[in-house]
Design a protein around this ligand. Structure first.
Ligand code: CP
Length: 311
């Protein structure tokens, strides 16, 4: 089955077959990272340009590693130190970088929807959305799905809780879309000020009680408070948030047997997640990071249109 999408911008654009293709490709590529020589020639001669206009540790590093493991040439552009300080716009910046003939542009920007608008104006290149404002973070949702499938053997029918600052989270938005496409039951939880007004239209159940949310859950996905996107205080204090909305080991006692805990990172220990849970046997946080490489290798490989099988 071929991947027919020109860009990877939104989970909303993908069918469940597209998602399954990316996940199965990621599973087949994962082993490359555990070989003594962690490199295959699949994308030799291709150029991947990482353009991050917002900070990142996991996404940026894993896209660079993923491209290098596939033998692509990788270039990292960051707005700091660029000619944007002289007034050049994001669109002009990308147009100029595109004139250098990259094959794939991986882009993160703080403005929701901007990457899609730029991709529409630079049609020669394949774009991957590495996170745009409060909109979507598709490869995060894909690596989360891969991690859940590895742990649970399936996604269909699982009870998945997304807990925390849902309103400002592109991770939550992409995960809700993906998990519902693959047949999971999604419940969101957090303070009412951090649940989106349109929550009823998302096809999820919702509650402001962490205890009620986690009862019987198979998967708990915890989100950080997006302080950088909060226009005003949505709760009285971080201490109060931790007390009423932080996930603790006591909450997990009410969950389903073998519940697993995910967090996209960065984790604010002791705020949204207690340290014993972050480091405990239920935590799959570092498995998510590991799978990030495989999912990003799969995304680059499928978008590049290379047809030769990976050796
Ligand atoms: N999960 C995630 O997007 O992490 P980074 O911001 O470190 O890339």
């Amino acid at each position: 089955m071929a991947f027919t999408k020109h860009h990877l911008l939104r989970i909303a654009d993908l069918t469940s077959r597209d998602i399954e293709l990316i996940l199965s490709t990621a599973r087949s590529l994962k082993g490359i990272s555990f070989r003594s020589v962690k490199k295959v020639p699949a994308l030799r001669g291709k150029t991947v340009l990482n353009c991050f206009f917002e900070s990142s540790t996991r996404t940026r590093t894993s896209f660079e590693i993923a491209a290098k493991r596939l033998s692509a040439d990788t270039i990292n552009f960051s707005s700091g130190g660029s000619s944007m300080s002289k007034g050049e716009s994001v669109l002009d910046t990308i147009r100029n970088l595109n004139a250098m003939q990259p094959d794939i542009v991986v882009m993160r920007h703080q403005s929701s929807g901007l990457i899609g608008r730029i991709a529409a104006q630079v049609p020669q290149c394949h774009f991957i959305n590495a996170g745009d404002g409060m909109h979507e973070h598709p490869t995060q949702a894909l690596l989360d799905a891969m991690t859940i499938q590895e742990a649970k053997g399936k996604i269909r029918g699982l009870r998945v809780v997304i807990l925390g600052d849902v309103t400002h989270s592109r991770v939550a938005r992409s995960n809700i879309l993906l998990l519902r496409k693959l047949g999971a039951h999604v419940r969101v939880a957090g303070p009412s000020t951090l649940l989106p007004p349109e929550v009823d239209a998302l096809g999820v159940t919702h509650t402001t009680s962490v205890a009620a949310a986690t009862e019987g859950a198979d998967v708990v996905m915890v989100l950080r408070i997006q302080q950088e996107r909060l226009g005003e205080f949505a709760f009285p204090s971080v201490r109060e948030y931790a007390r009423y909305y932080g996930l603790s080991a006591q909450h997990l006692e009410r969950a389903a047997p073998h519940v697993v805990v995910l967090h996209p990172g960065p984790v604010n220990r002791g705020v949204e997640l207690s340290p014993d849970v972050a480091d405990g046997s239920s935590s799959l946080i570092l498995d998510q990071v590991e799978n990030g490489i495989a999912v990003r290798m799969a995304s680059l490989y499928l978008l590049s249109g290379v047809r030769e099988p990976v050796q």
